[in-house]
Design a protein around this ligand. Sequence first.
Ligand code: TXA
Ligand code: MG
Length: 319
Amino acid sequence: MAIFKTQVVSEHEDGAISSAVELLRAGNLVAIPTETVYGLAADATEHCAVQQIYEAKGRPSNNPLICHVSDIEMAKSYVVVPPIAEKMMQRFWPGPLSLVLEMRQATKIALPVSAGLHTLAVRCPDHEITRQIIRALGHPIAAPSANPSGKLSPTSVADVKTGLGGKIPLIIDGGNTDVGIESTIVGVRAGKLYLLRPGTVTADDISQAMGEPVFDRDNSEITAPGQLASHYAPTAHVRMNASHADDSEIMIGFGDVAGNYTLSHSGDLREAAQNLFRILRAADNTGAQTIAVAPIPNHSIGIAINDRLKRAAAPREAT
Ligand code: TXA
Ligand code: MG
């Protein structure tokens, strides 16, 4: 694994886009901001570059990557887009919704992007500079969250540096991410929709916009490898649904339940998602053995927050 002096360039700096594109063209990795979390990007059509993503993250090779596109047209060159998927793209793109679709045959997408599956996850990020990078590159970028495998996703440049500093040549600084948790993933199969990962675009948002039910992933035959029970693991243990902290614990509050930190004083779920990984990191950095987290209502965006908390609280698996 190459050792780099990791450079940080502001998204507003002249030449930010061209520096990123130049490195990507040469087969290097670049950390890029998106509206959800920072991504670790490679040209999705370059086998060796994509392979480096797995190495840099220590990611199991059976865990496929999301392909980020600049627009619907670019997606259509790589995946088959049925009418129901096109309608979702028109309604929710650019934005935090990834769609798992049938890959086109004879596609130029490098094999390790889909980890050998015949489907591909595509997403158009709601981030102007990152879309411009993709447009200028002329290819989709494969980008998982820019963290070592199994750790919390990064919502700031400092987080990316902590996890991957020295392993990548460039980070494009887009400030703190807005959404704070990873995109919703929906699989489309035989005209039906399946929720593979909850996010801030909720199943209710989608079924309301589409006039179609969104089924649970357990009812799908869609393979979603790599979604291990234990993930997003801080060093500390996580205890959910806590009304107060015990002596050895640090407390994350929500709404009326107070804590050393709070996800949202006013009980706003969107704000809580935005703060979730940042506050989990801060609580973990105190060195406390256990992080106690207030109950989060399990509806709307709360479903996605509880999903991430459950993975953080799950018994640790070796990855
Ligand atoms: O918000 C996001 O989605 C962020 C930013 C960087 O865009 N990316 C992200 O990627 O969260 P990652 O690699 O951390 O999570 C992607 C997940 C994988 O764990 C895998 O389960 C699922 O997407 N996935 C990717 N391709 C798939 C496929 N063909 N079929 C089923 N699931 C797939
Ligand atoms: Mg990830």
